[in-house]
Design a binder for this molecule. Structure first.
Ligand SMILES: *[C@@H]1O[C@H](CO)[C@@H](O)[C@H](O)[C@H]1NC(C)=O
Ligand SMILES: *[C@@H]1O[C@H](CO)[C@@H](O)[C@H](O)[C@H]1NC(C)=O
Ligand SMILES: *[C@@H]1O[C@H](CO)[C@@H](O)[C@H](O)[C@H]1NC(C)=O
Ligand SMILES: *[C@@H]1O[C@H](CO)[C@@H](O)[C@H](O)[C@H]1NC(C)=O
Ligand SMILES: *[C@@H]1O[C@H](CO)[C@@H](O)[C@H](O)[C@H]1NC(C)=O
Ligand SMILES: *[C@@H]1O[C@H](CO)[C@@H](O)[C@H](O)[C@H]1NC(C)=O
Ligand SMILES: *[C@@H]1O[C@H](CO)[C@@H](O)[C@H](O)[C@H]1NC(C)=O
Length: 422
């Protein structure tokens, strides 16, 4: 791989790299496309220890890290690959006479269809002299989110863009780790192994995620979260153009955010998840609370009014079974109420209800009047809106910085104890 990149780079000074593929100018194995500002390059590569050929994208100055792969599950076994535009105006990848990969768009006039590598790293297929983008690589992310790349659901087309890890460092094929927008309830991002969640953000609070304070660090990042009738999505960019960055779902099972200075081209791991015990999804089971700040050796406690489901597991520092309401207690028209928990990463909101029209006081009323309602909070930091949970509370934890107030439904006795202390 390194040799191939070396050869590729050596070849560069002798020809002017193109930024487009046209019907008459295909991209052959050995050629590279370079975006106009020379921020990104696209060409054929082989991963380490592999002889398979793939079309990949990399930051022009860091050619050893591939950030997008066109044919991840359809490798080519020799160097005869050609990426071109066919007579129907589709972008196609051929190995000799066999079709390996193709876009599937209908095109009116073939003559003026081109594929262009933009300076964002987005490979776009454009029709009618640049007037209409009919396909874009950013709609099909592989394992890496780049600045200006959107993750999340387009509610109009049903397209949900998410990251999937490589199978291994030597195989870019679709692996088992994913990072995807969860759109039910109040939207959150989920990092999973197969179907099993490993880590989640909390819901976007209007400014950021309480559980990822790094995103909120103003001058470096600009993250935009949208939720409306058209889409629920997240996009980020880094304010200084001299900083390169990527968020990668890597094949070792971590979601990692890297940055590099354009000048020295070395990746620095800026942030990753899951990073500590309480990051692990559902560490303390249903109705458990994960707290590393006050923990001595076991990070799990039960939420107020609950007791361990299995006292034995709990005593062995296994919180996975979680907690149940204290035997004999009632939270239904028996003098129950709410206690405030500060600095929380709120429970999983996949099944939570959202009502943006309610005030916090109305939210409390609604919750109190439904015996199944177990907790509520504000839907956004601006103060308005109601987020409420019914049944078990999953993946609740205390954060060391920031976090949100969570109002937890408790029985009369627990409420009495709480008020005697506050
Ligand atoms: C490549 O193969 C060598 C020798 O088999 C091995 O030591 C190395 O870990 C492999 N590298 C990757 C990235 O798989
Ligand atoms: C390469 O793949 C093609 C099918 O795409 C197959 O027919 C051919 O035998 C393969 N060649 C080698 C050397 O594996
Ligand atoms: C291509 O698109 C057409 C129309 O949208 C659809 O009927 C067909 O199944 C698609 N083919 C592939 C290979 O995705
Ligand atoms: C496409 O280009 C060919 C040759 O340049 C020309 O003969 C043909 O009329 C063009 N077709 C359209 C639809 O522009
Ligand atoms: C942040 O991003 C949004 C949308 O991507 C953009 O409209 C806004 O101008 C950006 N803000 C700054 C300070 O760059
Ligand atoms: C997200 O947007 C949808 C559609 O507009 C809306 O029904 C839902 O309440 C919104 N969710 C949140 C958490 O704001
Ligand atoms: C509460 O939950 C139970 C069992 O899930 C259900 O039968 C009942 O209708 C729910 N009550 C309300 C008011 O939602």
């Amino acid at each position: 791989m390194f040799l191939q990149f070396l050869l590729l780079l050596l070849a560069l000074p002798f020809c002017t790299p193109a930024e487009t593929i046209t019907p008459t100018q295909p991209l052959r194995d050995g050629d590279v496309l370079v975006s106009k500002g020379a921020r990104f390059a696209l060409g054929f590569f082989s991963p380490s220890n592999s002889s398979h050929r793939y079309v990949g994208l990399w930051y022009y100055s860091i050619s050893t890290t591939v950030v997008w792969v066109l044919n991840r599950d359809d490798p080519i076994n020799d160097t005869s690959g050609v990426l071109s535009i066919n007579t129907r105006g589709n972008l196609v990848l051929y190995r000799r006479d066999s079709l390996i990969w193709s876009t599937n768009v209908s095109v009116s006039s073939v003559n003026n269809t081109i594929a262009q590598l933009l300076d964002t790293g987005n490979l776009v297929l454009i029709q009618n002299d640049g007037k209409r983008v009919v396909w874009q690589g950013f709609d099909y992310p592989t394992d890496t989110m780049l600045p200006y790349m959107k993750l999340g659901l387009d509610r109009r087309t049903g397209l949900n863009r998410f990251l999937t890890s490589w199978k291994s460092q030597g195989d870019p094929g679709t692996g088992e780790y994913s990072h995807k927008m969860g759109v039910s309830g109040s939207p959150q991002m989920f990092f999973r192994k197969g179907f099993q969640p490993l880590w989640r953000t909390d819901p976007w609070n209007g400014l950021g995620w309480a559980s990822v304070p790094e995103v909120d660090s103003g001058s470096i990042f600009n993250t935009t979260f949208l939720n409306n009738t058209d889409e629920v999505s997240v996009v980020y960019n880094v304010m200084q153009p001299s900083v390169l960055s990527r968020l990668t779902a890597d094949s070792d099972g971590f979601l990692q955010f890297y940055t590099a200075q354009k000048s020295d081209s070395k990746w620095v791991a800026f942030w990753f998840a899951p990073a500590e015990r309480c990051d692990t999804y559902g560490r303390c089971g249903p109705n458990g609370n994960c707290n590393l700040i006050t923990a001595d050796f076991f990070e799990c406690t039960c939420l107020a009014g609950f007791e361990p489901k299995s006292a034995r597991d709990w005593s062995l520092a296994d919180g996975s079974q979680g907690c149940v309401r204290i035997h004999g207690s009632s939270v239904c028209r028996s003098g129950e109420g709410f206690i405030k928990m500060a600095h929380m990463k709120v429970p999983d909101t996949s099944a939570a209800r959202v009502d943006t029209s309610l005030s916090l006081e109305e939210c409390r009323e609604e919750c109190l009047n439904n015996c199944n309602c177990s907790a509520y909070t504000r839907a956004s930091v601006s103060g308005s809106g109601c987020l409420s949970w019914y049944g078990d509370l999953m993946d609740t934890r205390v954060l060391s910085v920031g976090g949100q107030d969570l109002f937890l439904r408790v029985d009369a006795i627990t409420l009495g104890i709480y008020f005697s202390r506050h």
